[in-house]
Design a protein. Structure first.
Length: 258
């Protein structure tokens, strides 16, 4: 099973490029779900949503449509375990409906490969026992085989990333450490990665030849895992939707997606 989608779906600058200009806000998700089968919810990072909010999202999407929820910043950036129960309860409507594919934990660059941080990763499985979990690292120190084995031991998925080839950042490796393989496309524009505090970081449209590099990698991940989720986070001006559509068609061309 391979699913392709975008990181988030509700952006003002997607109107006119992906969404019709006159489409009501409460119909955005339904429109999105007619074109993709999965979405990564990023707003859950900035604030823990009410369960009713997630329930409405489930109601507005068809059976088979899945959600990944990005863990709240208190969990990944402040390493505060006390919010875990509240977060689990918040996404319960999607879980109960069989539509919560899992939870993504994106850690900052300052989260180094050290003993205390590895111990914290071990706590994730204790704090979130019922869901598939995927971990995204920003620091290249985590891109080593012992880490992959550590993740396998704790039943944590490794998030593969496509981002600028800059010193210290993660390389574009394709590794599956759990039944779920996960890929996030961010950008390849090194000039904007730190510029203006990273506000323009994801303003990037991938070329077809750049996407093509991930076709054999996706084939590899599909052979190593039960499911592969691929999300485009280059959200500016609808670029993510354009590239997600293009990449899905590339996978269809070789028979990886029906």
């Amino acid at each position: 099973m391979i699913a392709v989608g975008t990181s988030g779906f509700r952006y003002k600058d997607w109107r006119g490029s992906f969404y019709p200009n006159d489409l009501p806000d409460d119909q955005l998700l339904a429109y999105y779900a007619e074109r993709f089968t999965t979405v990564e919810l990023n707003f859950t990072y900035y604030g823990i949503p009410k369960p009713e909010t997630i329930a409405r999202m489930v109601e507005r999407t068809p059976e088979g449509f899945t959600f990944w929820a990005k863990a709240n910043e208190a969990t990944t950036h402040r390493r505060d375990r006390s919010v875990a129960a509240q977060f689990r309860d918040a996404v319960a409507p999607a879980r109960d409906a069989g539509r919560l594919a899992g939870i993504l934990f994106q850690f900052p660059y300052s989260f180094y490969n050290k003993a205390r941080n590895r111990a914290y990763l071990g706590y994730l499985r204790e704090d979130f026992p019922d869901d598939p979990l995927v971990v995204e690292f920003r620091n290249v120190g985590w891109a080593v085989e012992p880490v992959y084995n550590f993740l396998r031991h704790h039943q944590l998925g490794f998030c593969c990333v496509d981002e600028p080839a800059m010193e210290g950042l993660m390389p574009p490796v394709a590794v599956a450490t759990s039944p779920v393989a996960y890929v996030r496309f961010h950008s390849r524009d090194a000039s904007k990665w730190y510029e203006g505090g990273g506000k323009e970081r994801y303003n990037y449209l991938y070329r077809r030849d750049e996407l093509a590099e991930w076709v054999p990698k996706t084939q590899q991940l599909a052979s190593d895992a039960e499911g592969v989720y691929i999300f485009f986070n280059n959200c500016h001006a609808g670029h993510a939707a354009v590239n997600a559509t293009e990449f899905r068609e590339m996978l269809k061309e070789i028979g990886l997606i029906a």
